[in-house]
Design a protein around this ligand. Structure first.
Ligand SMILES: C[S@@+](CC[C@H](N)C(=O)[O-])C[C@H]1O[C@@H](n2cnc3c(N)ncnc32)[C@H](O)[C@@H]1O
Length: 313
């Protein structure tokens, strides 16, 4: 779940991210590092620490991960599509006195590994020629490109938020193969990505909530809003949406992944999964007022993203 409160737009377009850089990015966009309610992100990063290795922060955004990465690797190279976010990342590095990082604007889909490594070497002081990265992070970067159009055209629904979308798997493939080409043999990649399983579970909770209300209060209660976030979403997921994985998150369409789907896409890029854990978020990220039974029972899963650590074969 990479974001909230975003204007509907193309998440593969630098202009979209630049517009967020001009606003209150940290309030507008989820951070797997800052909003995770457990230490799962840190534990996954700690399983990849390499104090002599160089780390790639692919799609680094405003550099929220920089400090954490800079203490675990000898140098961090942060790349992002958005010049506005790279400026924010540079400011953050400066404010936090992070000296072992270099940040630059780069579209990962256009990256050529050989020439990139050559030019990166020149920017890393004290390092010899860079043969590759020992670790790469891609936190909520495998977004894909969506072509949204009005569902109204085919269903007579007039609400503009009803749109259907087709994900561009090519974009994700290009990003993953670019990162894989930059990794050293046995180098590791950590991916954080929205979980389809989480989304389906949360949707099933909402359905159960409706059914319980209908049983207790009669069918008329189905017309009563159960949860304002659900009503903002204002749609039942259609099978095609579920199969594509492209589902509305707040006001933006977001690619969601089954664990097995991530496994397949990583394998296509020559990477095999060595661990898969949950980056859990507060219930309030999905529900305006979570059902009481959910709040009371601490063992029920909270909304989560997948944290996958994979290794280059
Ligand atoms: C949800 S933000 C995540 C930022 C950061 N990784 C974090 O977790 O805080 C997604 C980032 O991916 C970047 N991005 C999307 N597509 C990209 C591409 N093709 N090349 C480089 N960066 C890209 C966006 O500009 C944005 O900064």
């Amino acid at each position: 779940m990479p974001g909230r409160k975003r204007a509907s737009s193309d998440v593969t377009d630098a202009g979209y991210w630049d517009s967020l850089a001009g606003n209150d990015y940290e309030n507008d966009v989820f951070s797997s590092l800052n909003d995770c309610v457990t230490d799962a992100v840190i534990r996954a990063l700690d399983s990849c620490v390499d104090p002599t290795g160089v780390c790639l922060d692919a799609g680094c955004g405003p550099g929220l991960y920089l400090k954490t990465l800079s203490t675990r690797f000898s140098h961090v190279v942060g790349l992002d599509l958005s010049p506005g976010l790279i400026d924010l990342a540079k400011k953050r590095a400066n404010d936090q006195s992070i000296c072992n990082c270099s940040l630059r604007v780069q579209d990962l889909t256009k990256l050529k590994a050989k020439s990139f490594l050559k030019s990166a070497s020149e920017r890393i002081p004290g390092e010899g020629p860079l043969r590759g990265f020992s670790f790469a992070l891609a936190a909520n970067v495998l977004l894909g490109k969506f072509f949204s159009f009005m569902r109204a055209a085919i269903t007579n629904v007039t609400d503009a938020s009803f749109c259907i979308a087709a994900p561009d798997r090519t974009t994700r493939k290009e990003i993953l193969s670019a990162i894989s080409a930059l990794l050293l043999p046995k180098g590791k990649l950590m991916v954080v990505a929205p979980s389809m399983e989480s989304r389906l579970f949360m949707e099933s909770v909402l359905r159960q909530w409706d059914e319980d209300a209908a049983a207790n209060e009669g069918l008329a209660s189905l017309r009563v809003p159960r949860d304002s976030k659900k009503n903002k979403r204002a749609r039942r997921l259609a099978l095609n949406d579920v199969l594509s994985g492209v589902l509305p998150t707040g006001e933006t369409m977001t690619q969601h992944f089954l664990k097995e789907q991530l496994q397949c896409e990583l394998a296509e890029a020559g990477l095999s999964i060595i661990s898969c854990t949950k980056c859990s978020y507060a219930l309030s990220t999905e529900f305006a007022s979570p059902p009481k039974w959910m709040q009371k029972n601490g063992s029920i899963s909270k909304p989560w993203d997948w944290i996958v650590v994979a290794q280059k074969q």
